[in-house]
Design a protein around this ligand. Structure first.
Ligand SMILES: Cc1cc2nc3c(=O)[nH]c(=O)nc-3n(C[C@H](O)[C@H](O)[C@H](O)COP(=O)(O)O)c2cc1C
Length: 223
């Protein structure tokens, strides 16, 4: 009779993976792993405005500092409005020779995350920076969990004109983050921290145009 042989975890990674299986986290684990930043989309399949509104619905329910709910969400979906936002974004600083997605592979929707200023023209409460991250990743994961999958890229690099391009009042709102959405038209993979041939931890593309994202092993980040 075969006896079950207990598997001895060989690293922090495999221990975490086993814990994940035991806790029934497999589906969520897979979702988090594939929810990579995407920068090339299939523009022939536009993300419906209703889908983006559903993401905003979820994002407005997430935890936030003191439950103050200072975040605001602005949904952009029409082709012309999307083009206006696109012009204000800086894509993939680490891919020096890539100017950003070409026509036909651009995002088909955006959600801007803004914080309402307590005093007009003054910076919004600092905690809204944390609130923004929680809302953004919630939308990233929700989009990727859809069928068909919708992928996203978060932008902190936007011009000061971006808020005007969306027709919003900069005195009233501080633009925190712009999220671009679309049906993915590129493959991304998590790779070893030393995988980039140039020796940096920058994301990189191989000859097959697969996007590699080097991540540190768990043992390096446990302190
Ligand atoms: C707060 C934040 C701001 C970002 N800003 C930009 C940006 O302005 N332009 C861009 O191309 N990518 C931006 N990114 C995407 C990061 O480059 C990306 O998350 C990182 O390379 C790791 O890849 P991953 O998301 O697939 O794990 C941003 C991501 C975050 C979380």
């Amino acid at each position: 009779m075969n006896e079950a042989v207990p598997v001895v975890p060989s690293s922090a990674e495999s221990m975490a993976k086993q814990g994940c299986e035991k806790l029934g986290l497999d589906a969520f684990d897979a979702l988090v792993r594939r929810a990579r930043t995407c920068r090339r989309f299939d523009e022939s399949m536009r993300v419906p405005r209703e889908f983006l509104l559903e993401l905003a619905e979820l994002a407005h329910l997430v935890p936030c500092g003191a439950n103050a709910q200072r975040l605001r969400f602005h949904v952009v979906s029409g082709a012309e409005d999307c083009a206006r936002v696109f012009d204000e974004l800086a894509w993939a600083g680490a891919l020096k020779d890539w100017p950003g997605p070409a026509e036909g592979e651009r995002p088909t929707g955006y959600i801007a995350i803004l914080a309402e200023r307590t005093v007009p023209g003054k910076p919004a409460a600092p905690i809204t920076e944390v609130d923004t991250g929680i809302a953004a990743q919630t939308m990233m994961l929700a989009a990727r969990s859809a069928t068909p999958e919708v992928a996203a890229c978060m932008f902190k690099a936007f011009t000061p004109r971006a808020i005007d391009a969306m027709g919003l009042d900069n005195d009233k709102y501080e633009l925190k983050l712009i999220m671009a959405f679309g049906v993915p038209a590129e493959t991304q993979v998590i790779d070893a921290i030393d995988s980039n041939p140039d020796g940096t931890i920058n994301y990189w593309r191989d000859e097959a145009q697969v996007h590699h994202v080097p991540k540190r092993p768990l043992s390096d980040v446990l302190v």
